[in-house]
Write a protein that binds this ligand. Structure first.
Ligand code: HEC
Length: 185
């Protein structure tokens, strides 16, 4: 091996060792603030969000959307599951968000916005497997695929939904609203 190649190799090895040692020192320093109450820097938000979007997109192939998601009985089954498992974070129309929902970072998206276009395969992925380090739980261990699909069916109905629609589908009285505790609640 000639001298130039050797110099390049040893410089690369030394640089890699410095990077690893630096990363190790940073992790152990406690400098990075993990508090949910501290907003993410734009860089951290971008890295986390891009990683999530691409990870979800890569795993959609196996989620074959079944027929019949528009059946009222399926939507109602999803509605009941939503009230029990999702409403605490994702809320309901015209209802104050809970303290739990307000305290999360990242914030749970508002699934009722009229402009949303639900993607069934994607929603199935989110619900079945969740998202690490975000608060979005994975329900693979506690729900059957049919139950997850019923939630997907319900989510298809959410954009633009008002409280009367919500109460009718879920048979859940939401007015006067979930108690929202604390500041401004
Ligand atoms: C403990 C709070 C919490 C609960 C409970 C919860 N979620 Fe979430 N959910 C989140 C958060 C936070 C995100 C945002 C994840 C991110 O952006 O990294 C999210 C994201 C999602 C998304 C992706 C939305 C998008 O397009 O960006 C869907 C769909 C979803 N949740 C559906 C549900 C359903 C259905 C349930 C109940 C079965 C549920 N969630 C329960 C906190 C929660």
């Amino acid at each position: 091996m000639n001298r130039i190649v050797l110099t390049i190799m040893s410089t690369l090895a030394a640089s890699a060792a410095i990077v690893v040692a630096g990363a190790y020192a940073f992790v152990n320093s406690g400098l990075y603030d993990v508090s949910a109450t501290t907003p993410d820097s734009q860089l951290v938000y971008w890295v986390a969000h891009q990683t999530m979007e691409h990870s979800i997109a890569r795993r959609l192939g196996q989620n074959i959307v079944p027929a019949g998601l528009d059946a009222p009985v399926t939507i109602a089954a999803g509605g009941a599951l939503y009230v029990k498992n999702c409403m605490v974070c994702h809320g309901a129309p015209q209802v104050d968000r809970t303290a739990i929902s307000k305290g999360l970072n990242p914030q749970p998206p508002n699934l009722f916005l009229a402009t949303r276009k639900p993607d069934a395969a994607e929603n199935f992925q989110f619900i079945k497997h969740g998202v690490k380090m975000s608060g979005m739980p994975g329900f693979a261990g506690t729900m059957t695929d049919d139950q997850v699909w019923s939630l997907v069916a319900f989510l298809n109905m959410l954009p633009g939904q008002n409280s009367a629609d919500f109460e009718q589908i879920t048979r859940t009285e939401i007015a006067p609203g979930l108690p929202a505790t604390g500041k401004g609640g």
